[in-house]
Design a protein around this ligand. Structure first.
Ligand SMILES: *Cc1c(COP(=O)(O)O)cnc(C)c1O
Length: 472
């Protein structure tokens, strides 16, 4: 499999190239040059297999020929052994033809573990082969940082530095990052906001000397290797609910458009998905573009589903590429327009094409709380605010559907105990942490508080790396 950039002028790369480069040199995102396809028989043959076995079959064409089967199987098995629930993505029923897919049974209690666990091991595998090291640097407002730390902890070929805004993450989120006891994990609390952290990160990536010196690498969802493992749970859920002999719908709480793009990818490889519902919180740029065609940047509104508080959904570019018949120049033009004017308009033909598969729903804060409450009353199940945005969107779609017999699966993206205050506010019940995290509040925290100053931070990273290499 080779990968092509959405902006058309970067060279094609193999899987290893896409993994190690992240963003293409022309500023675009890598997508598969062609979509491999699975026949109805191939899909039927996956019924009843274990999650790692399905994962191997679905992802194999995407990593071929870079990673031999036996090595890849080992990477997958180890990745999913870290999940408390070995089915990785269990379904639970909310109502007639209405399902939740629980993606939060991994080490950090959010769906990002499903891909990140694989990504960390893929990095190690390739770096071993090339006898190289990298330094992962990231900025986080919560979920991404802890998932990345869990993925990189103890890996022999990588160190990780995660910046979070000091005193501005939830305590659960901070402790999940700062209590990891591994000598290649380094937390930095920046005296500033999440935007300050992101600006520091951008400045480090733009400083070519620093970048080359520490062999910097990112972990955000523009990397194809983070999208790829997410296709698997769409396939696993669909075949267990009767695909390919029945169509399935999915609703996805959406921020950066990575998770739902994986659903689109699953459809391209042959999964009979009828509808993909984009569920947004108040940050509704995607709902607006679907409903009006105007892709216009707005302000970021902080909500109780913070992992979806985005201004721009980077992975939307991957969908645009297909909507514009893979015309890289057209995409480069749209993206330049967006940078220069803060807006572009999706063409009428392209919007109609998108609406054949996607619909979008915006869910406000009050509706989110009500949904948490209603689900608890109906089924005694506690759901987190991100999941609630999805469930409300799914209800609306089911109510409006003429044929209600197609199963609707809502992706449950975080464990309720990650956002205990709002869940308690809605239901009166405080969700307990799962067994393996009960001592989270007793574990020792390790982090360094630094001012919002580029030079102080880069000096700290250099010194810490030097000290780390002496202890190995
Ligand atoms: C990251 C995240 C999302 C959004 O996923 P995207 O791939 O960015 O669209 C939704 N819910 C939770 C809990 C997340 O951590």
């Amino acid at each position: 499999m080779r990968y092509i950039s959405t902006r058309g002028s970067a060279e094609l790369v193999d899987f290893e190239g896409a993994l190690m480069t992240g963003l293409a040199r022309d500023g675009g995102l890598y997508v598969p040059e062609t979509w491999p396809t699975f026949s109805a028989d191939d899909l039927r043959a996956m019924r009843g297999l274990s999650y790692p076995e399905i994962a191997f079959r679905v992802m194999k064409p995407f990593v071929s020929p870079c990673i031999p089967d036996e090595d890849f199987k080992k990477i997958i098995d180890e990745s999913y052994a870290t999940f408390v629930d070995h089915s990785v993505a269990p379904l639970s029923q909310l109502g007639p033809n209405l399902w939740l897919m629980e993606l939060y049974h991994g080490p950090t209690l959010a769906f990002k573990d499903v891909a990140m666990q694989v990504l960390g091991r893929l990095y190690d595998y390739v770096l071993n082969k090339r006898d190289k090291r990298i330094t992962v640097v990231g900025a986080t407002s919560g979920d991404t940082g802890s998932a990345a730390i869990e993925a990189i902890r103890g890996r022999s070929r990588a160190s990780i530095f995660i910046m979070h805004p000091n005193n501005r993450t939830s305590e659960v989120q901070r402790r999940q990052m700062t209590t990891v006891d591994a000598n290649n994990v380094h937390n930095i609390a920046i005296e500033g906001t999440f935007d300050d952290c992101q600006n520091l990160l951008k400045a480090m990536f733009n400083d070519h000397d620093f970048r080359d010196e520490i062999k910097i690498s990112g972990v955000n969802s523009i990397n194809w290797a983070r999208i790829m493992p997410q296709m698997v749970y769409y396939v696993a859920a669909a075949v267990s609910l009767g695909a390919p002999d029945r169509t399935i719908n999915f609703t996805v709480p959406t921020g950066n458009f990575g998770d739902i793009f994986a659903g689109y990818a699953a459809k391209q490889i042959g999964l009979p998905i009828d509808k993909l519902v984009i569920a947004s919180n108040l940050n509704d740029i995607l709902t607006r573009v679907m409903n009006t065609g105007a892709h216009t940047l707005g302000e970021v509104h902080p909500t109780m589903s913070p992992s979806m508080d985005i201004q721009i959904s980077s992975n939307f570019e991957r969908l645009l590429f297909d909507l514009y018949d893979r015309d890289g120049k057209a995409i480069a033009d749209l993206m330049n327009q967006l940078t220069e004017t803060g807006t572009f308009t999706l063409g009428q033909a392209q919007r109609e094409k998108a609406l054949k598969l996607f619909t979008a729903q915006r869910v406000d804060e009050e509706q989110t709380l009500k949904t948490i409450e209603k689900v608890y009353q109906q089924s005694e199940k506690l759901i987190d605010p991100h999941t609630a945005v999805g469930v409300e969107a799914a209800w609306r779609e089911q109510d409006a559907a003429t044929d209600k017999s197609t199963p609707m699966v809502t992706l449950s993206t975080a464990h309720p105990a990650k956002f205990p205050d709002n869940v308690e506010k809605a239901t009166g019940t405080r969700p307990p942490l799962p067994q393996h995290m009960l001592d989270l509040y007793d574990r020792e925290e390790r982090f360094t508080v630094l001012p919002n100053d580029l030079e102080t931070v880069t000096t700290h990273i250099r010194k810490t790396l030097a000290a780390e290499s002496q202890t190995v």
